[in-house]
Write a protein that binds this ligand. Sequence first.
Ligand SMILES: [Zn+2]
Length: 125
Amino acid sequence: MASVSVFISKHQTDWDRCCLCQTEKKDENLKLPPPDSKGKDGYTNITKNVPQFNAMNRLPLILDPRRVDEGGGIETTLRKRQAQYHQSCRLMFNNTKLDMARKDLLQQLMHFGKCHRNLEDKAWK
Ligand SMILES: [Zn+2]
């Protein structure tokens, strides 16, 4: 596991591209949060939610959170780099999606628990 993480963390962010998907979309322009929206904007949202998606192993995009943190935290890095993003990518990380991912994970855990118990029952009978 360690070797995989090291490999991924070598990936550098191309800040001229969408900081989330790192790809170019023909039909979507890159966005920046409005310059006067310090405090609560797209960056805040990304900063807050990306690590949570990551912790659940439910990132909607292949993204290593460390890639968007050059020290000092994700938000600081995004602001320093004036990171751009696709609106559609940012929406994948909004609170609604986070809630859905949480519920989905919970359901899967419950399901797994059930199957596991069934197997144990079978093994003992
Ligand atoms: Zn994108």
